[in-house]
Design a protein around this ligand. Sequence first.
Ligand code: C2E
Ligand code: MG
Ligand code: MG
Length: 614
Amino acid sequence: MNLVSLSIGVFLLFSAACALFLRKKSMVDRLRGTRELLETVLRNGSFGERIPLSGNDELTALSASVNSVLSSCEDFAENIPDPLFITDEEGALHYINREARETLQYEKGELLGTRLFSLFEDEPRRLRHHGGDSPVFEGALLRKDGTTFPVELHSQVFTRGEKRLSLTVARDLAERKALEKNLKKIAWTERTTGLPNRANFIQTLDDLLESEETPFSAMLLDLDRFRNINNVLGPRNGDQVLSIIGGRIANCLSAEDAPACFGGGLFAVALKGRCDWESAAPVSRKIKENVTRPVSIDGQSVFPSVSMGVLLRAETSRSSAEIIAKTETALAKAKNKGIGHFALFSEDDAAGADILTSERELSQGLHNGEFVLHYQPIHRMADDSLVGFEALLRWNHPQRGLVMPDGFIPLAEETGLIVRIDRWVLAKACREIAVWEKALPARRGKFFISVNASGRSLSEENYPTHVLEATEEARILPTSLIIELTEGSLIRNPHDISEQLTRIREVGVSIALDDFGTGYSSLQYLNSLPIDKIKIDKGFVQRIFSGDEHRRLIKGILALAADLGMETVAEGIETDAEFRWLLERGAVYGQGYYLGRPESADVAFEKLKTAYGL
Ligand code: C2E
Ligand code: MG
Ligand code: MG
């Protein structure tokens, strides 16, 4: 009996031990399985994995919870409205969300293991201003049917033990690209004639000078008495006359020649390959014959006449500014003879008319304190209050009177003198802020001065230090200073631009992108730079009421700026209607003759006091 009980007891004990052992083993195995599955998810980003569920013990409940976290992650990634990809170090795809699959027209699982970059038309281009572990690329994704669409790729790298995974989100750039295309079109064309504008013509001249292959002539043509025509027929009909004349000039040229309209009845032409009078004269005669044919508008006949200034062998000039200055001199000579004449530029004209400012003269002007700053008000649109000024440089020339920046900045840029000039402007503007802050201590930090800087200044490595020193020497708040840079200057600068801008901003000084839309940078570029404000060029503002297309474009710029977290300044507001339209569309700041012209420091200071009710 005892033996039987003992045997039963031993058997039960053994069974219990076996059961316990088996249960422990199965628990450990299940836990190990769970751990391994989670590691796979972490390593490969394969959110689709799930722990198999069996029984109804605590471990099963835990596994069910883990599964539900995994499915939340999957739901989250699947429902992101942008295409999302997870890749390993080799760039092979481990996960592709629904938006990506649908956009690219692939089924779930179809692309796993494929290299992400092989889904692009060409290898995506890394945007050079994004370094480190979160690079940004731009490229065109290929759909299964062979069509493409432009995207910007934002990647984030995660390190999991030995492995590195990249999570990449693709942003559709189609809308931005369309905006960019329209911007370029408008920025480079003259409003009334649809011909290339002055900036575009300058670019053409620069390209011709750079290529050194084609000899060419340049002409400046002025529609005589255009102001009269405008007064008699009204500005709308005046615009129509200009458009007709523009068409006639363009029709006299061959496909290689480049016509342009500078506005206000002034046209320009680059005649490629025709560098002597024998070859240029037939064209100028043809233009004259065509332009002077009567134009009938609103039942009235207008008899246009044109004066021409011609520069032969334009390619021997040093710069586009010099070419334009020489054609201006020739045109002035033609106009001196009466209306409807032409004149050729000769080097004697340059000496006599002294139109070409010399580097020495400019340098002396700076040394002799002939430069002055004028200040143009900038208002907050919402309450139309004065919040700051843009400092605009003028040269108080002893013989020529007040010379506007157009007349000397190009030469200063070309010779590099602009760096010294910009430094002077910076210091002077900071001292002005200090004077105003001292006189209005309660308003310290409540207004700003915006200062223009050339790309050449920005490319000086110690420029950020100069900015800091200027604010420190004047003892002003750095937040009272804004530096304005043009798109072109950003493009031409080397890759450390982002760093330069960051250094300036670290001090507390803000950055504004000037004349936005007139450069030819991609909008993508903006995204990658530390910029606080975008100044919408006056060319756009002045087109607000000349067509739906233009209004859509400005709305696009305003939306883009908001999207990128930047404030907007609308430049060149000349009318109440423009002001209201921009205010309603969310422009944050405004500047323009409607709000105030550039004035001397004293007048600007009086305005500031009046604005504060003093
Ligand atoms: P910006 O920085 O775009 O300056 C605005 C220009 O538009 C100024 O011309 C201003 O007088 C003009 N403006 C303002 N409101 C209106 C308006 O309602 N209608 C029209 N039609 N024009 C308006 P400004 O003073 O001749 O300056 C021309 C350019 O010269 C500036 O363009 C800027 O790029 C450059 N500049 C001026 N001062 C400096 C400077 O200190 N340093 C550098 N590097 N460049 C400067
Ligand atoms: Mg400016
Ligand atoms: Mg501007």
